[in-house]
Every structure is written in C-alpha cells, then in structure tokens.
Design a protein. Structure first.
Lengths: 82, 599
C-alpha cells in the first residue's frame, strides 16, 4: 500500500489552515483602503465593496438555490418512471 | 502570429479539418504504439501548418457556380484554430490508454468538424462541417456503452439535428438574400439571420436551449467529455463572434446565461454535471462579450474561450480520472481522495483556481477583460450580474468540485492515481493554465485586436481576491452552520423536462389516437365489410340466378320440393364454378355467326 497523505485528518492542521484563510481575509480588508482605484462605477471605489459583494452574492446564491431545489428536485429515476 | 516556420509551399494553408478527418479514417488501420504516435502526430502537424500559414484564404474552388473556401485564416479564426489543435493534442494524450478505436475516430472527426467550421469561408462547407461535428460528437457519448448514455446520446443528436436544420434554413435564405455563399458579419436583422442565430444558439447552449449539454456531457466517456467540453460550444462562440458581434440581445442572454446555471451547479450531485453547468456559465461570459462587441470585449471573449478550453478540459480530465479509477462520480459517493491521489487533486485545484479567475491563473487574465468592457460601456445591471456569477463560479466550480471529490468527508475509497498518460495530459493543461495566468502576453499577442489592457493592477487583484475569498468565507460559514444544501441522490429538473416529458406525452397521445383509429378501422373494414363482401361473393351469384330462374320455375309449375332441390344444386354449381358456361357461350357464338352470315 502506498503511503497516504493525512494532513487534514489532524484537527490542528485544519485549524491552522482556517487561521491562515482568516488571516488572508483580514489582510485583504486592511490593504483595501490603500489601493489606488480607478473604477468605472462610484461603488467600485468604495472601501471593501468587493468583499461585501462576494459574501452577499454567495449567501444569496445558496438561498435561491435552496428555494429552487424545492421546486425542481426529483428522484434519480424520475425520467425512467414516467 | 507566434512564429513562421518554413514548410513546403504546397501544405501552407492546407485545411486543418481535412487533416484530422483524414486522420480519423486511418486510425482504425493502425494498432498499438504506431496508432498512438500517429494520433499525437496529426494534431501536432496541424498546429505546425497553422503556425506557418500567413493570413489569407486558401483552398477555394468553384462548385456548381458557388465559391467554396475551406481555409479562411484571419486573426479571429486563427486563435480558435490554435486552441482546438492544442486541446486535441491534450485530449489524445489523456485518451491514449483508452484503446477504443470508435472514440479515437469520433474524437478526430469531431475535432476536424470544429476546425472546419472555424476555417470555413462559405456557408456550404460551414454547414457540412457543422453536421460532421454533431454526428461525430454523438459517438463520444454512445461509446460509454451504458443504457443512460445511449438515451442521452439519442436526445443529444435529436436536439442538434433540430439546431442544424434551423441553421441550414437560415443559410439557404441568407444565400438567396445576399446572392453570395461567402459570409462574415451578418447581424441580427432579417429572418435568415434570426434562423442562423437560433441554430448557433443551440450549439452555444444559450438558455433555454441549453439542457442538451448538462444532459449529455456527463454521460459521455471519460476522454469523450474532455473533447466535448472544447469544441461544440466554442465553435459556436467563434461563429457568434464572426456573425453577430455587437448584438445587444446577446449581452442580456449572456448575462442570464452566467447566472442561471450556477444555481443548478450548487444543487447538482454528479461532478461532471456540475462542470457542465459551469461550462454554460462560462460561455455566458463569452456571449456577453460578443454582445458588447467592442475591441476589448471581443478580445476578452476570444481570450476567455482560449483559457476556458484549457481549464475546462483540465477539470473534465480530473473528474474523469476520478471516475476512471473509482467508477464513481457523485458527490455523495466521493470524498477524501487527496490522500491517495495528490497529483490529480493538485491538477484539479489548479483547474478550479483557473475557472474561478484567481490572480495568477488563466481565467483572471481573460474574464476580467469582459467584465471591464461591461464597465466601460456603463452596463450597470450586466456588470453586477457578471460579478455575481464570478463569485458563484468560485463557489461551485472552484470550491465544490475539488472539495467534494478530494476533501470533505472521507468516503473510505483509496484509489490510486490514474495511468501516467492521464497525469501527463492533466499536467500539461495545468501548466498552461498557470503559464497564461502569470504571463498572458503570448495570448494577448494573437488576439483579433491590439491589446491595451493590464490585468494586474492593484485594484483588480485586491477586488477579485476579496470577491472570491469572501465568497469562500460564505461557503465555510454555511457548511459549518449546516445551512448549505446537502448533497443528495436526486436530479434537478431543467428545461429538457419540456421535451423529455413532452416527447413521451406526444408518443402516448399519438399511440392512443393512431392505435384507436387502427383498431376501429380493422373492426370495420376487416370485421364488417370484408366479411360481408366475402359472403356476397360466395352466395350473391347463386342468389341472382335463383331470382332470375324464379319465373321460369313458376311457369314450369315445379313443386316446392323440386324447387328447393334445384336451388341447392344451382348454388353448389355456382359456388364451385361448375356452371356449364361453355355451352351458352358456344350457343351465343353460333347465333352471332349465323346472324353475320345471314346479313
């Protein structure tokens, strides 16, 4: 049997990974106001616009997808049973 | 042009389509290593010829008074030609261990069809190659040889026949109207252009004409899906960019096209179907760019098609590898594969980062051009939709695909890496994704218009990273909170419901109506009329004779009994054809000849 990678089996590694991820997020928030912006729309130049938009977009995406599921979900053999 | 190599003058401008389709015919005659080398050599040679051919029209001739141009090489068709050759080469490397001549032939003919469409300068050859593409690609689905793939393949070809006929009708009307078979910019103005537009829209998978793609691609063979992901939609993108740039309708269709599939992709359980939905979403960006139609937008579209073909092929290769070694492809069955398939995992993550347009990966340098073009043209709603879709892509293709296959819950599957040729195919594709992301200038130099665009500005990079990483944060929080929609063994109805149930209903209605008519008809004609006719034929003649003889018998004063006897005797004689007709005929002839002599 070949050697297995087990990096993410260790909860400590997962914790470090998440910490690194959150660190990146904080860093992005900190440097944003210092970036020279040249957006075509006024809101593009607003601080942290893209962070907010990205977060809201994804929550909205999941929210609508869950609503959609209620409407379109069928059994796997739906078409065979018709 | 990347470079100009010195090749014999005769093969300059040789139609790439003919090379690949010719190659497809020779493949079954070869075996083993010879076949492998041949399959690698053909797309490589095609690329080489293309690289050394200057712009211009080649291989044009007159057929029945119409001009056929098989090789129109200009700044737009050239880029698509390059990438089609490259992805054919990658696909062949990936498919080398498949040992299925049917798939090899189909893939080559399919690639040849796509290249034929790309370089066709007239509508006739365009249509022929278009249909070659449709037929050849179907075999990449059928070659999976499962019940589901046979059914999906049939639906796929039916949809493409309808689209192809639409295109054909449009092209015929176009030739009637314009008086020429050559084509370039058409514009959406007349009925013929509308039909052409619809025909291309089917292949481009513009909603609501898109479900053939998410229906059929996941049922294709492992390498088949790689080829499929590259040619049909992107040759449609090429034709749209040539015939309908600046069509405002396309901006909106494209924007909707980026948004709708991502909801489905989030819910979908089959990984290759997730990729199929994200393919539609990515083509939406291209349609939007074509609709905007400015130099920046068209450059962005072409660059995005180029990058997209590479990372989508890479993603289909990674998902295909997992399917190949585990036999499973559903999110619910997979997980934790990074432990034994680290290389495949790495390649998949590179593909995922590229499609998500992470800085330093290929999607970033191309997609941002289209979004910038939307901003330059002050298309507020479209811009917001494209940004929403960008965050959504990262969510489903960027995170979900690698997460549920390679991380997530440990499924207990300990599959090994796929064969080396598959790893090499993925490795090269992954390298190109990173290379173009880090150093996009070779790509920028071959785009149709001069490029005056800097992808790596501080605002772009930070904005994009914020959009993506805060989207990822949402994913994390939703997964941890349990609100994220769980992966389920289920399907989600799409617009193919209309023709899948519609066809079934039509069949049932037709069956009921026609079979009822058939049954009633049988009862009436066979059960009633035929029986009565037969009875009359049997008894009718005797009846007539009886009626005729009745006065004679009355005069002869025959008794009731002897009449009955005579009647039944007569009946038997007539029924068996024993009536002594000859005597009467002889008497009549005798009488007539007597009359003749007397007169």
């Amino acid at each position: 049997m070949k050697k297995e990678l087990t990096v993410f089996d260790n909860p400590r590694n997962v914790k470090w990974f998440l910490l690194f991820f959150y660190g990146c997020l904080v860093l992005l928030l900190i440097i944003d106001p210092f970036i020279h912006k040249h957006g075509e729309f006024p809101w593009e130049n607003a601080p942290e616009f893209f962070a907010a938009y990205g977060f809201v977009s994804c929550v909205l995406l999941i929210f609508i997808a869950k609503l959609l599921r209620r409407w379109v979900k069928r059994d796997e053999d739906y078409y065979e049973k018709l | 042009m990347l470079s100009m190599m010195v090749l014999p003058a005769q093969i300059i401008g040789f139609p790439p389509a003919l090379l690949l389709i010719g190659g497809a015919m020779l493949i079954p005659l070869l075996k083993g290593r010879g076949q492998s080398w041949f399959m690698l050599a053909v797309p490589a040679a095609t690329l080489l010829i293309l690289l050394s051919t200057p712009h211009g029209s080649y291989w044009s001739f007159q057929v029945l008074g119409n001009e056929l141009i098989l090789s129109r090489i200009d700044s737009l068709s050239r880029v698509f030609g390059y990438i089609f050759c490259i992805v054919t080469l990658l696909g062949v490397i990936f498919a080398l261990e498949e040992n299925d001549d049917l798939q090899y032939c189909a893939a080559f003919a399919y690639a040849g069809g796509a290249l034929g469409v790309t370089f066709a300068g007239d509508v006739f050859s365009l249509y022929i190659f278009w249909e070659i593409m449709a037929v050849a690609s179907t075999f990449l689905i059928l070659a999976r040889r499962t019940k589901a793939s046979q059914a999906a393949g049939m639906r796929y070809i039916l949809v493409h026949i309808v689209g192809g006929l639409c295109l054909l009708a449009g092209l015929i009307l176009y030739v009637e109207r314009s008086g020429t078979t050559e084509f370039d910019f058409v514009g959406l103005t007349t009925i013929d252009s509308l039909l052409i537009f619809l025909g291309i829209a089917v292949n481009a998978a513009i909603p609501p004409l898109h479900p053939w793609l998410s229906d059929a691609y996941p049922e294709a063979t492992v390498p088949g899906a790689v080829f499929l992901s590259a040619f049909t939609t992107k040759s449609a993108v090429y034709l749209m960019a040539r015939m309908f740039p600046g069509t405002e309708l396309l901006i909106w269709l494209g924007a909707v096209m980026t948004a709708i599939p991502i909801f489905y992709a989030v819910l979908e359980n089959d990984i290759r179907r997730v990729l199929a939905y994200s393919l539609i979403n990515q083509v939406g960006f291209m349609m939007c760019g074509i609709g905007i139609g400015t130099a920046l937008a068209i450059n962005g579209t072409v660059a995005h098609a180029f990058c997209h073909i590479l990372y989508k092929a890479l993603l289909f290769m990674a998902a295909g590898s997992v399917l190949h070694v585990t036999g499973k492809i559903r999110c619910t069955d997979l997980g934790g594969l990074y432990k034994t398939m680290p290389l495949t995992c790495l390649f998949c993550v590179i593909g995922a980062a590229s499609i998500s347009a992470f800085p330093l990966f290929s999607g970033f340098v191309s997609k941002s051009m289209i979004i910038s073009a939307a901003a330059h043209n002050k298309l507020v709603v479209v811009w917001l939709m494209l940004q929403f879709a960008s965050a959504g892509v990262f969510h489903h293709a960027g995170i979900k695909v690698p997460y549920f296959m390679f991380f997530g819950h440990d499924s207990g599957i300990r599959a090994q890496e796929p064969p080396p040729n598959m790893l090499v195919g993925m490795g090269i594709a992954a390298f190109l994704c990173v290379f173009l992301g880090v150093y996009p200038y070779p790509l920028y130099s071959i785009l149709p218009y001069p490029v005056d665009y800097l992808p790596y500005t501080g605002a772009h990079v930070v904005g994009q990273l914020q959009l993506l990483l805060f989207g990822a944060l949402a994913f994390c929080l939703l997964i941890l909170s349990g609100y994220y929609p769980a992966e389920m063994r289920a399907i989600n109805l799409d617009t193919d419901w209309f023709y899948r149930t519609g066809a079934l209903r039509f069949y049932r209605v037709a069956e009921r109506t026609l079979n009822t008519i058939n049954r009633r008809g049988e009862l009436f004609f066979v059960g009633e009329i035929a029986v009565k006719t037969a009875a009359w034929a049997r008894k009718g003649a005797a009846g007539v004779v009886t009626v005729l003889m009745l006065p004679v018998w009355t005069l002869m004063r025959l008794t009731e009994e002897s009449r009955e006897q005579l009647n039944s005797k007569l009946d038997g004689l007539i029924r068996h054809g024993l009536v002594p007709l000859g005597i009467s005929v002889a008497a009549v002839v005798f009488l007539l000849s007597g009359l003749y002599f007397l007169l």
